[in-house]
Design a protein around this ligand. Sequence first.
Ligand code: NAP
Ligand code: COA
Length: 273
Amino acid sequence: MLSCTIMESIFRANLLKDKVAFVTGGGSGIGLRMAERFAEHGAAVVLAGRKQERLDAAASAIRAAGGTAETAALDVRDYAAVEAALGRTREQFGGVDILLCAAAGNFPAPVAGMSANGFKAVIDIDLLGTFNTCRAAYPFLRKPGASILSISANHATIPLAYQAHVCAAKAGVELLTKTLALEWGREGIRANCITPGPTADTEGMQRLAPTPEARRAVEKGIPLRRYGTKDELADLALFLCSDAASFITGAVYVCDGGQSLCRSGISGLGPVS
Ligand code: NAP
Ligand code: COA
């Protein structure tokens, strides 16, 4: 009961009042749920991704729920496009306080079945895209209270077969985040990562475990025996981007039901044999 009361007061708290959040990968999945949570707490959100139609639908839903949302159709691999969208965000809302880098690409393939361009596509979206977004936002973020949050994966520290591109990209994202925390901390900018475990109702898990059998095999390898939810990740993102986390930077928060404690083996997606 006590924890219910605490949670209820948190949900009434408007933790991000007057903040502006720029969210890559904000048109769907985990990035969108986090953006929705930011908007519920008073932030104006700008949803960035490649597909305008999907961004429009997501922004309309946030506005219908009483929030403030705009869109930016762009490819995070295109530095100039990201820079221009951030400039428009500043013109429209007066600044950028929160940067959420959730854009990513993934497909399962063995290294021997992956072309150089396939490997590069994921590195460019996940790692270079995160660099582009952080670098282009730097002039706008230089102020106390600013916060960068990037989305990693367990693949960053635990190798997973058929995911060499994502393993390499997310390892880079985590070290990039820690380096930003070192270099930009003196200017008041915090930089952290969230590492989700398998998350229900997402494109990512639809690609990695598309059948009920594959999903059950993944669940058996998670101590809590279930997928996580986008809401659980959104609550963590809200905390990390709010002043409640004002002394937290360079951290990687694992939210995976304990999967990373026991995942190993050639398939990696299934239970430990
Ligand atoms: P998702 O819905 O497909 O989210 C990825 C988003 O990135 C999409 O909105 C996509 O929109 C955008 N995107 C892709 N390429 C882009 C590009 N070149 N430029 C701009 N935007 C681009 O998948 P998700 O499963 O929710 O994944 C969200 C994040 O969580 C990713 O960083 C992923 O690695 C991470 N993650 C997910 C899981 C999981 O269980 N799902 C587990 C660990 C980590 P457009 O196609 O419209 O561009
Ligand atoms: N197996 C092997 N190679 C694959 C592949 C697969 N399943 N899917 C794509 N590729 C290769 C392509 O063949 C191409 O290589 P090539 O030029 O040597 O043939 C390369 O990857 C790039 O493909 P392309 O479709 O041109 O890239 P894109 O930039 O349009 O799309 C992807 C990027 C491939 C990552 C695409 O899946 C995507 O847009 N994903 C975003 C959504 C997503 O992945 N969500 C989950 C996030 S966890």
